[in-house]
Write a protein that binds this ligand. Structure first.
Ligand SMILES: [Zn+2]
Length: 91
């Protein structure tokens, strides 16, 4: 449960934007393009950066499990220096 400190409103974690994103990612589905599959990037603490494997999308997320539920925030796009299979190196 997430509580808004200003209003006191309670929202189940799974219904927050982070929870909705996390639920999709936990099912291996990109919330932006709907395709399945991700590449895994750096991780720290309990979270991991993951990147949509669709090279036309490359949506990037910081994903973690919070209280056993998938939870994520957008962190832009996969960096250009991450070369996708089949792509030429970005030099
Ligand atoms: Zn995608």
């Amino acid at each position: 449960m997430v509580v808004d400190l200003a209003t006191g409103a309670e929202t189940p974690l799974a219904e927050t934007e982070a929870g909705i994103l996390g639920k999709s990612l936990a099912k291996n589905t990109c919330p932006d393009c709907g395709r399945n599959g991700f590449y895994v990037g750096p991780s720290g603490d309990a979270s991991t950066n993951i990147y949509c494997a669709n090279s036309d999308c490359k949506a990037a997320f910081n994903f973690a499990y919070v209280f056993g539920e998938g939870h994520a925030e957008r962190v832009g796009k996969a960096l250009d220096r991450y070369k996708y299979p089949g792509e030429d190196a970005h030099e």
